[in-house]
Structures are given as structure tokens and as C-alpha cells.
Write a protein that binds this ligand. Structure first.
Ligand SMILES: Cc1ncc(COP(=O)(O)O)c(C=O)c1O
Length: 427
């Protein structure tokens, strides 16, 4: 393998998506651009985001309440524009997708409808390590219904001595406990290891045992190809501030399969924005809550326009670049990172890649198990202008993002990492 900088630059020159980097603000480190490999945590700002935001600020200034009906993009229907772009990202029909709230809030709202425990079927199967917020959500839902998490929670994690979850272990747990499991809730892409689960096989196994199945797609949306409708997933939730580049705390996404979207009887929390728009303003009639069809029927409040605006900028870039092209570059870019790290001695010295090698089971992110002072190493990478992050107890996460990262970024990261002293030299 050619590990020279010249080769990285050749790969950049041959990259059909390279022009997209200029469409983002790249953070700086002194006089030069930082190597930003943290899009798995917070995506970069599309340069057009400011104009989209300013448009709404201007409409607010000049039209005030009139902006609901007469803004350049009227606020009353503003949120509807995201259904198509969102649906393309997650493999859904537009009516199955809505942007609302934040991720954990949406998980709770989905569990109101899809976690209906009974004495016979009250368990929730989750993955371990599971993102803490999901664990808190699941446990508090159980308690809300009068169940004890020590009896109702099933966690499927890695086997001893392994780093990844085996799909067959999830299938076996479903075979063994399926008739007691109300809900299977898993991270489609694990936040810690970067492993992409076989969501199709898991949805199939869960559905065939009468369990609802939902995915947390925080690390999957805009990262890997998804086909939620085809896979028969009951629901999914994701945030927009990671690979979707919509800004810190940006509004989240939610998918509800069409087989539930038309079911008015399905229990849910009601709010005026989920109500049929035809009767939404019939306040004088004090009507019963009548959900609109599709995922939109789970909305509660009118959407935060200033939080939605940057998402326009980002989804436009996804539509222009297209997910297949982005995925193809992502596999090449992350594959290149793996190759560079494996060429260096350090991979076996103090740093080991735990993300699966199989391209179908990995997205942008590689997780590096660092046995020797991982936190300190991330700090010294930061000092050198390389932005990646650390998750306790011992993993550095590195995510080259195909929309804005270059092969030269990846090369600079590998160079800097490999220039660090090994464990033996440092101690
Ligand atoms: C996998 C995963 N789930 C849930 C969350 C929580 O998201 P929020 O704060 O938007 O509810 C995060 C946040 O980073 C996450 O990475």
C-alpha cells in the first residue's frame, strides 16, 4: 500500500464528491484547517445554513405573525418540506417520516404507542453497550407501567473476549424469550463500536415473534443506507446534529411504519400539531383529538422553525450528492483509514480497531480501542489540530465523513496518531 501524502492527494483529486467540502465551514487550528473527524458527534455547518436561518429571522422581523401564512417558506407548513428528503435518507415513504422534538423525546413518544406491556409480554430487548439516554428511557418506561427493569430488561451485548454483538445472539434471545418481549429497541449503528447491525434480519426475527421493533438511528441516518419501510421496522428515531449537519441540538427525525400510520386507535399522546390540520383550529368546537395519518400524527407542538431552517441546507446537500455516492466514498475513505492504521505498527502496539471489517457492518466511524492513556492521546491529537473524540473507558472514535472529509484529512490523522509514542516508550 502507498502510504505517502502524495497518494492521499491523488485520491482526493479523483474524488467526484470533493467539491462538497467547500460547501461547509471547516474549523481552523491556527493558520490551517483542522482535521475534523468528529461528524459522528456534531456535523459541520453547511455554508448555506446561515442564509436559511436569516431568511426566517427576516420573515419574523418583517411579517411577525404573518410569517405563518405569508413567509417565503410559510411556517404553517414549513415542516412538511422535510418529509421527502428525510424519507430518502432512511428508506421510507414521505408519510412515514416527520421531523420533531429531540431524539430521546421521540423515543418516549414512540414507546407510548409501541411499548404496551402486559404481564405476559413486558420485556424490552436492548443492545449493550446501549447509549445511556436510551437505557434511561427504557427503564423509566418500564417503571411507568409498573414493571421492574431487573425483570423486564434483556440486554444482549458482546460475548466475553469479543467487541461486537452477534446478530445470532439477538436472534437466539428472541427465540428464547420472544413471547415475553414487547419491544426490541436497538442502536442501528452502535455509538461505541461503530458496528452496523443487520437491521433487516433483526426486524424480521422480532416481527415473526410478535414483538415491536424500533431503532435508534442517531449514528445511522446520513451515514449508512437504510430501508426502514421494506424491513418492516415499527418505528425509528434519529437526531440531525451528527451526520445530518443541522446544528447543535437540531430537531430530530421519526419514522412510523405506514401500517401504523393510519391506525387512529393506536394509543399515543395527543397535541394540536398531530391533529388533522382540517380541524386543528376548530378550538371553539372543543373537538376530540383526531390524529392525521402518517408519522405526522405523532406531533405535539408547532415546530421550532429556527431549529428546522439549517436542516434545509443540509438535506439539499444530501439530495445533490445522493446517498449511494456518499456511501461509496465513505467505504473508500474509512477503508483507507483502516489500511493506513493497519500499516503502522501502532495498530498492534497500543491501538486496536474494534469496528467490524466487513464493509456492510461499518459506516464512517472506526472505533479504536486504546489501552494506553486514551484520554491523554485525544488531547494531544487536539493540540495537533485533529478533532476526534473519546468514550470511556478506552475508545477513540474517528469518523471521516464523505460530504466534507478528504483523504488527506485521513492521512494527516494516521500520521499524527502514529507519531505518538507507543505504550512501552511512554511508560
Ligand atoms: C445513540 C444516541 N442515542 C441517543 C442520543 C441522545 O440524543 P438527544 O440528546 O437528542 O435526545 C444520542 C446523543 O448523542 C446518541 O448518540
Amino acid at each position: 500500500m502507498d502510504t505517502s501524502r502524495a497518494h492521499a492527494e491523488q485520491l482526493d483529486a479523483a474524488d467526484d464528491l470533493r467539491q462538497f467540502r467547500d460547501r461547509f465551514h471547516i474549523p481552523r487550528n491556527g493558520d490551517s484547517e483542522a482535521v475534523y473527524l468528529c461528524g459522528n458527534s456534531l456535523g459541520l455547518q453547511p455554508k448555506t445554513a446561515r442564509a436559511y436561518l436569516e431568511q426566517e429571522i427576516d420573515d419574523w422581523a418583517h411579517l411577525a405573525v404573518g410569517g405563518h401564512r405569508h413567509g417565503v417558506k410559510p411556517w404553517y407548513s414549513y415542516h412538511e418540506a422535510f418529509c421527502h428528503g428525510g424519507a430518502r435518507l432512511v428508506g421510507a415513504q414521505p408519510s412515514e417520516v416527520v421531523m420533531m422534538n429531540s431524539l430521546t423525546v421521540n423515543l418516549h413518544l414512540m414507546m407510548v404507542s409501541f411499548y404496551r406491556p402486559t404481564p405476559q409480554r413486558h420485556k424490552i430487548l436492548i443492545d449493550a453497550p446501549c447509549f445511556p439516554s436510551d437505557l434511561y428511557a427504557v427503564k423509566t418506561q418500564m417503571r411507568l407501567h409498573g414493571f421492574d427493569p431487573t425483570e423486564s430488561l434483556i440486554e444482549v451485548g458482546q460475548r466475553d473476549g469479543e467487541h461486537l454483538i452477534r446478530t445470532s445472539d439477538i436472534q437466539d434471545a428472541l427465540a428464547e424469550h420472544g413471547d415475553q418481549i414487547a419491544l426490541v429497541l436497538l442502536g442501528g449503528v452502535n455509538y461505541f463500536t461503530g458496528q452496523v447491525l443487520d437491521m433487516a434480519a433483526i426486524a424480521d426475527a422480532a416481527n415473526s415473534r410478535g414483538c415491536c421493533v424500533g431503532f435508534d438511528l442517531a449514528h445511522a441516518a446520513g451515514n449508512v443506507p437504510l430501508a426502514l419501510h421494506e424491513w418492516g421496522v415499527d418505528f425509528a428515531c434519529w437526531c440531525s446534529y451528527k451526520y445530518l449537519n443541522a446544528g447543535p441540538g437540531a430537531i430530530a427525525g421519526c419514522f412510523v411504519h405506514e401500517r401504523h400510520g393510519n391506525n387512529e386507535q393506536l394509543l399515543r399522546f395527543g397535541g394540536w400539531w398531530g391533529n388533522d390540520p382540517e380541524t386543528r383550529f376548530d378550538m371553539h368546537l372543543r373537538p376530540e383529538f383526531l390524529p392525521q395519518t402518517g408519522a405526522a400524527g405523532w406531533q405535539l407542538s408547532n415546530p421550532p422553525i429556527l431549529s428546522l431552517a439549517p436542516l434545509h441546507a443540509s438535506l439539499e446537500l444530501f439530495d445533490e450528492a445522493t446517498m449511494p455516492a456518499l456511501r461509496s466514498k465513505s467505504m473508500q475513505l474509512t477503508g483507507y483509514l483502516r489500511d493506513l492504521l493497519e500499516q503502522g505498527e501502532k495498530e498492534t502496539d497500543w491501538c486496536q480497531i474494534i469496528t467490524p471489517r466487513d464493509p456492510e457492518s461499518q459506516g464512517c466511524q472506526l472505533s479504536l480501542l486504546v489501552l494506553d492513556r486514551p484520554g491523554e492521546r485525544v488531547e494531544s491529537l487536539l493540540d495537533a489540530g485533529i478533532v476526534c473524540d473519546f468514550r470511556e473507558p478506552n475508545v477513540i472514535r474517528v469518523a471521516p465523513v464523505p460530504l466534507y472529509n478528504s483523504f488527506t484529512d485521513v492521512w494527516r490523522f494516521a500520521q499524527t496518531l502514529q507519531a505518538q509514542p507507543s505504550g512501552a516508550q511512554a511508560s
